[in-house]
Design a protein around this ligand. Structure first.
Ligand SMILES: [Zn+2]
Ligand SMILES: [Zn+2]
Length: 394
């Protein structure tokens, strides 16, 4: 096997990556609307001699076939921007009011295209295939699912998958790896409680949906405190409570809605069950009815520990031992990369993009979010090292 200095290789394409990132940043597109973005990606991949296929509307799969038969490794970047306005005063700020790459997906695409530039030059010594997955709509309804339905994990079958996300809490030049559970699962509940209206001065003639709704909200608090293992983590939040007409009318209906977050598939099932049982039980005990809708969101992102070890070793050899951080705590935010991990082992890791001297400290999903562009070479080098060495050694 050939030893390649992937960071040196990545630096050869630094300018191209910065230009791509800035052009994506200036022209952000929302989930499943990544029309121009997907065209740019197609053009770059095709110019490198990489076969492309369009799926799920704006999704692009690039396939780099090696000269020898072997495994297939996939690398994934997400493509969508967010519906908020860019507040940065820089030349490459968003040109579209109300839309912005505020989660770093522009950097994810540029970094993965950089890896394609590197890897396409080594295709003669590639013992297997590399799939480049550019996926729409991470921020909305889980574009990963549409990609999987369109067959991205098959033909050729993906043996392992890797991806990264910008992390502004980690300095540029470093990566963060997390063993096991990395991101939470998310579910939404929508509830309507039906009572019976009457005069507020004769409450015995009606069924008070507001009083019942209040009991429901109180009872829901007991799930995390009484049903979840104290060493596990979970959240049940009621974010909406609406109802009532007038001070002297007993309300005949109340609407509640909230989120359930968890880090463990078993806990997730239990939480959804308890939320439904409590709502049904409390409302029926008090003589009312309820309509409950549970809307499943992204699953828990659980990394394969062998693959995390592999990423850690690649990070240590590409960036140096001191530049690989082992992250202790999972993130209660969600990430639809979790869906791919239900089909193949893999790891999702974090790319440091913080640079205090340059003022790059603002959190994602904020109008001031930015990344230190010198992290792009790190992203490309890591992607390339992971894919190349996976095919050679795993
Ligand atoms: Zn985001
Ligand atoms: Zn994101």
């Amino acid at each position: 096997m050939e030893r390649i200095d992937f960071l040196t290789e990545a630096r050869k394409f630094e300018k191209d990556m910065i230009n791509l990132r800035r052009s994506f940043h200036k022209n952000p597109e929302l989930g499943f609307e990544e029309v121009v973005t997907s065209r740019v990606i197609e053009e770059v991949l095709q110019s490198l001699g990489i076969e492309t296929k369009r799926v799920a509307g704006t999704g692009i799969i690039g396939l780099l076939k090696g000269t020898k038969v072997g495994k297939t490794v996939a690398l994934r970047a997400d493509m969508d921007a967010l519906p908020l306005s860019d507040e940065k005063k820089v030349e490459y700020a968003s040109k579209v009011p109300g839309k912005m790459h505020a989660c770093g997906h522009d950097a994810h695409m540029a970094g993965l295209l950089g890896a394609a530039m590197i890897l396409s030059r080594f295709r003669n010594i590639l013992p297997g295939n590399i799939k480049f997955i550019f996926q729409p709509a991470e921020e909305t309804e889980g574009g990963a699912l549409s990609m999987i339905k369109a067959g991205v994990m098959e033909n050729p079958k993906v043996d392992a998958i890797f991806g990264l996300h910008c992390d502004v809490s980690i300095d540029t030049g470093k990566i963060g790896v997390k063993y096991g559970k990395a991101n939470a699962a998310s579910d939404i509940f929508e509830v309507e409680i039906y009572g019976k209206s009457c005069h507020g001065a004769a409450p015995h003639e009606g069924i008070d949906a507001i009083a019942i709704g209040a009991q429901v909200v109180t009872a829901l608090q007991s799930i995390v405190s009484r049903n979840v293992d104290p060493l596990d983590s979970a959240v049940v939040t009621v974010g909406v409570f609406q109802g009532g007409y007038k001070s002297n009318i007993i309300a005949d209906r109340v609407r509640l809605s909230g989120i359930i977050r968890s880090l463990n598939p078993k806990t997730r099932t239990m939480l959804c069950q308890r939320v439904a049982d409590i709502i049904r039980g409390v409302t029926s005990a008090m003589g009312a009815n309820a309509r409950i809708e549970l809307i499943p969101g992204y699953p828990c992102l659980i990394n394969d520990n062998n693959m995390v070890d592999f990423v850690k070793r690649q990070g240590e050899s590409v960036l140096g031992r001191e530049n690989v951080v082992v992250v202790k705590e999972p993130n209660m935010g969600v990430e639809d990369f979790a869906y791919y991990l239900q089909h193949a082992p893999g790891a999702f890791y974090r790319l440091g993009v913080r640079n205090e001297k340059k003022g790059i400290v603002h959190p994602p999903h904020s109008g001031l979010f930015d990344i230190d562009e010198s992290s792009l070479t790190v992203a490309a080098a890591m992607h390339a090292a992971i894919a190349f060495n996976f095919l050679w050694t795993q």
